[in-house]
Write a protein that binds this ligand. Structure first.
Ligand code: FES
Length: 63
């Protein structure tokens, strides 16, 4: 399992869910919610990705 940072890689605004994508309200970048990859710029780098693990119903970032 993975999780993504909500910090846009363009200029640091907070992205939010938009269907199956993550959208930045500042300049319109769109990221794939599953991979964090850029779908539309101006961002040109994917969202930071973290590995996560579930332990007894709780979710932890492991890296
Ligand atoms: S800060 Fe997100 S698109 Fe510019």
């Amino acid at each position: 399992m993975t999780a993504h940072s909500s910090i846009c890689t363009h200029q640091g605004c907070t992205v939010g869910q938009s269907g199956k994508q993550l959208a930045c309200p500042c300049h319109g970048s769109v990221f794939d919610a599953k991979s964090g990859a850029v779908v539309n710029g101006p961002a040109n780098a994917p969202l930071q990705t973290f590995k996560v693990a579930e332990v007894q119903g709780d979710i932890y970032i492991v890296s």
